[in-house]
Write a protein that binds this ligand. Structure first.
Ligand SMILES: C[S@@+](CC[C@H](N)C(=O)[O-])C[C@H]1O[C@@H](n2cnc3c(N)ncnc32)[C@H](O)[C@@H]1O
Length: 268
């Protein structure tokens, strides 16, 4: 992560003013290109998140006319901006961090894009009305103390597709596993491909908000367990999914679980 430093060759006063404003808005996590001025040109992950979008974007229609988009944990709005550029009708980005929301609002205004950015948490999506054709839930899961609760909450907002991304650690391979095991079977727990989450008690990468980091199998298992079907895996850490069995007996998994009424699916 770094602050803006790249100034277009023209050195116009507009570019200088833009650079100044970008710096005033604090450190950026998204490297946006604002009329030739980059917001995080020295990002530790490279041209982030362009490097991810390059592959993900190929699985998303070029024309999103009429579509609604909810970007949860939108940060400075990179994905919101790209979805709006594809013609999405309504784009709403939410984040808990005012610094990022201010960056996102500034970026959208600078690019003359009509995107709404609102303060809000993934745990409080009941404050967001309706459901959306595309829900983007990228880079947030591992920052949460209650990841599966968040995923079960997000699912309630997905009318069309979920674009999900998480940091992964451990094995990047997954395989089919048995549906049940005897109490005395333990060997699968030492198999690195068995679904597992790494709990970070203190910090990871200097960040105390990194709580639970799944391996690849756990990320996929959680998506399935939340009632989603995985349609594609366009990029190592990203999956595109559709809701399939998010309700049981007419109620969402989250509501059943919170009421203590979640029972195993027949035939599952
Ligand atoms: C690693 S960044 C990912 C940003 C962006 N979605 C992406 O993939 O590039 C994590 C973002 O999640 C936000 N965030 C953290 N906890 C959140 C919560 N409970 N609800 C909504 N956003 C949250 C952070 O403020 C930050 O902007």
């Amino acid at each position: 992560m770094s602050s803006a430093s790249q100034v277009p060759s023209s050195h116009s006063s507009e570019a200088e003013a833009l650079t100044q404003k970008i710096q005033e808005l604090g450190e950026w996590f998204h490297n946006l290109n604002l009329h030739g001025v980059h917001t995080a040109p020295n990002h530790f992950l490279g041209d982030f998140p362009n490097i991810k979008w390059h592959r993900i974007s190929q699985r998303i229609p070029l024309d999103l006319s009429g579509a609604s988009v909810l970007d949860i944990g939108c940060n400075a709005g990179f994905y919101s901006i790209e979805m709006k550029r594809r013609g999405a009708d309504r784009v709403l980005g939410i984040d808990v961090d005012d610094r990022y929301l201010n960056q996102a609002r500034f970026a959208a205004a600078t690019l003359d894009l009509d995107i709404e950015f609102r303060k809000g948490s993934v745990y409080q999506l009941e404050n967001v009305a309706g459901s959306f054709d595309y829900v983007i839930f990228m880079g947030v899961l591992y920052h949460l103390r209650y990841p599966l609760m968040a995923l079960d909450t997000v699912v309630k907002k997905v009318a069309g597709k979920l674009i999900f991304q998480t940091m992964l650690r451990g094995s990047r391979e997954s395989q089919a596993w048995a549906k049940d095991y005897s109490f005395w079977q333990e060997e699968m727990f030492s198999n690195p491909r068995f679904p597992a989450m790494y709990f970070i008690e203190q910090k990871y990468s200097g960040d105390p908000t990194n709580w639970w980091i799944p391996n690849c199998a756990a990320a996929e298992a959680m998506l399935r367990s939340a009632g989603l079907e995985i349609l594609s895996h366009p990029e190592e850490e990203t999956w595109i999914c559709e809701p399939r069995r998010v309700c049981r007996y007419g109620q969402y998994i989250l509501d059943l679980e919170l009421a203590g009424e979640l029972t195993p699916e027949e035939g599952a």
